[in-house]
Design a protein around this ligand. Structure first.
Ligand code: FE2
Length: 454
C-alpha cells in the first residue's frame, strides 16, 4: 500500500463493512477459483472503456448548454451543470487518485468547492452557494475533467496499484457519475423552466402517435414470504444489501403508470382542495406553496394544457404518465382513486423477474412516454413513489469511513422511489435500486403507480 488512504480502504474490506466489500471479495474468490491473474488486462480494458464512456456521456449532456446555462443554480436542491462536471471529477480525484504516490491536486481550492457532503473528507461550500461560482470558468472545469480522466486512464493502463482496491473505487465513481448525469438533466430542466422565454434544452423528438389508453388494470400477486434486496456479485450500493426475507399480504399492482388524463380527473374533482385526501404535512405544504397541479404544468384550469419539457413548452399529452408530482400528491391521488401506493417490497417482488428495459436515458426521448400495449413501465419513464420510508434493511451495517456517507446518513425523512426514469442511464438501474427523496420533491421525473390490498 502506498499511503494512508489506501490502507484505510483495505481495512474497510477486511472488516466487511465497505459498500463494495462483497463485490471485491466475491470477485477475488472467483478469480482465484478460475486461476486468473490478479489484475487481468481485459478487466482493466473493460473498466477503461466504461470509464471513458461515462465521462464522454456527461460532457455530451452538457454540450447544448452555454457557459451561462452551466453556471446558474435555480434552487438550493439543484446544482449548476458546471458544478456537476467538476464534482464528478472531484469524486474520482478524492477516492481514487489521491491515494497514489505522486498525486498532485489540479487545484488546492477544488476540494472545498466541489466536495458535496462528505464531512469526513473535509469542509465544503454551502449547497445553496454553488450557483455563485463564476470562477473557475467552465473552460477550466473542462480542463480539470480532462486531467482527471487522463490520470485514471494512465493508472488503468499502467497495471500499477492494487486492483482489488482500485477497481471497486473506479467502478463506484462510474456509477456515481451516472447518478449525476440524471441530476444534470433534472437540474437544467428546472433552471430553464424559470425563464419566461421557455428555452429548449434540445429540439423535440419526432411525435409519436397518440393512443387512448385502456382502463387501468391491476395485476394480482399472492404475496407470502418473499426475498428482496441484493446478494452476490456485481456492484450495488450498500443500501440495497443485505438480501432478506419479508412477508407480503396478497396485493395487486397497477399494470402501468397513472396517466395525465387520469390525474386531470383528480384535479377536476377538486382533488387539491379536499383535505380528507391528503396527509397533514401534504395539505400544509400545498397551501403554503399554493400548489394546484404538477410541477411544470401551465394553465391548470384550461382545456388546452401545456407542460414545460426539455424541449420547451409542449402540449400536455393525456396518455403520457403524469410526472413531476411529490410524494404528497401521489399519496393523495391514490387515496382519491380508491387505491394506495405500493411498498418498495411489493414493487421489487413484482419486478424481480422482469427484464430491465423501458424508456431510459438511451432512448433519447428525455420525457415519459405513453405505455405501449402490455408494457408495464416498471423501468424508465418516471421514478415511482412508494409508501416505504427510506430506512436500513434488516442486518444492514453502515459502511465505515467517508464513503459511508454516500447513502447511510440520509435514512431519515425521505421516501423510497423505484424503477428509474426517462433520464436514468440504463446501466445504472436495477431491480434492487433504491432512490430516495423528501416527500415534497418534484423536480425529479417522479410519477405514480397504484396498488391495492386483495
Ligand atoms: Fe455526488
Amino acid at each position: 500500500m502506498q499511503n494512508g488512504a489506501a490502507v484505510v480502504f483495505l481495512r474497510y474490506e477486511r472488516s466487511a463493512r465497505n459498500p463494495l466489500e462483497s463485490y471485491a471479495r466475491l470477485r477475488s474468490e472467483r478469480d482465484r477459483a478460475l486461476g486468473k491473474e490478479r489484475a487481468p488486462q481485459h478487466a482493466r480494458q473493460e473498466l477503461e472503456r466504461r470509464l471513458l464512456h461515462v465521462r464522454a456521456v456527461t460532457e455530451e449532456l452538457c454540450a447544448p448548454l452555454s457557459p451561462e446555462d452551466a453556471a446558474l443554480q435555480s434552487m438550493p436542491l439543484a446544482s449548476p451543470a458546471k458544478w456537476h462536471l467538476a464534482h464528478t471529477s472531484w469524486f474520482f480525484e478524492t477516492f481514487v487518485l489521491r491515494a497514489l504516490p505522486r498525486f498532485r491536486a489540479f487545484s488546492p481550492d477544488y476540494a472545498y468547492l466541489f466536495n458535496s457532503y462528505y464531512e469526513g473528507v473535509g469542509p465544503h461550500l454551502r449547497r445553496d452557494a454553488r450557483g455563485l461560482l463564476s470562477r473557475p470558468p467552465l473552460s477550466e472545469v473542462l480542463e480539470y475533467r480532462a486531467s482527471v480522466t487522463a490520470q485514471l486512464v494512465e493508472l488503468l493502463q499502467s497495471g500499477h496499484g492494487d486492483w482489488d482496491v482500485l477497481a471497486p473505487r473506479i467502478e463506484l465513481g462510474v456509477h456515481h457519475e451516472e447518478q449525476h448525469q440524471e441530476l444534470i438533466l433534472t437540474d437544467i430542466k428546472h433552471l430553464l423552466a424559470q425563464s419566461p422565454l421557455h428555452p429548449a434544452y434540445r429540439p423535440p423528438a419526432a411525435p409519436r402517435p397518440v393512443r387512448e389508453l385502456p382502463p387501468l388494470r391491476f395485476v394480482p400477486h399472492a404475496g407470502g414470504l418473499v426475498t428482496i434486496g441484493r446478494a452476490g456479485d456485481g456492484l450495488v450500493y450498500d443500501n440495497e444489501r443485505p438480501e432478506h426475507r419479508c412477508f407480503l399480504e396478497p396485493y395487486a399492482l397497477a399494470e402501468r403508470l397513472v396517466s395525465n388524463a387520469e390525474y386531470l380527473e383528480f384535479i377536476r374533482d377538486d382533488g387539491y382542495r379536499r383535505p380528507e385526501l391528503w396527509l397533514s404535512d401534504g395539505y400544509d405544504w400545498l397551501q403554503k406553496q399554493a400548489i394546484s397541479q404538477p410541477l411544470y404544468w401551465q394553465d391548470g384550469a384550461s382545456e388546452n394544457r401545456a407542460a414545460f419539457t426539455l424541449s420547451g413548452l409542449m402540449p400536455l399529452s393525456p396518455s403520457e404518465p403524469v410526472c413531476h408530482v411529490s410524494y404528497y400528491e401521489a399519496d393523495a391521488y391514490a387515496r382519491w382513486a380508491g387505491a394506495r401506493l405500493p411498498s418498495e417490497a411489493e414493487w421489487e417482488h413484482a419486478a424481480r423477474d422482469q427484464p430491465i428495459r423501458g424508456n431510459l436515458l438511451e432512448s433519447g426521448e428525455l420525457h415519459p412516454r405513453q405505455a405501449e400495449p402490455d408494457e408495464q413501465q416498471l423501468f424508465g419513464d418516471t421514478w415511482e413513489w412508494t409508501r416505504s420510508a427510506y430506512a436500513a434493511y434488516p442486518g444492514y451495517v453502515p459502511p465505515e469511513g467517508p464513503l459511508g456517507e454516500y447513502n447511510a446518513k440520509f435514512m431519515c425523512n425521505q421516501q423510497v422511489l423505484r424503477g428509474g426514469s426517462c433520464v436514468t442511464p440504463a446501466a445504472h438501474i436495477r431491480v434492487s435500486y433504491r432512490n430516495y427523496f423528501a416527500p415534497d420533491a418534484r423536480w425529479q421525473f417522479t410519477g405514480i403507480r397504484l396498488a391495492r390490498d386483495l
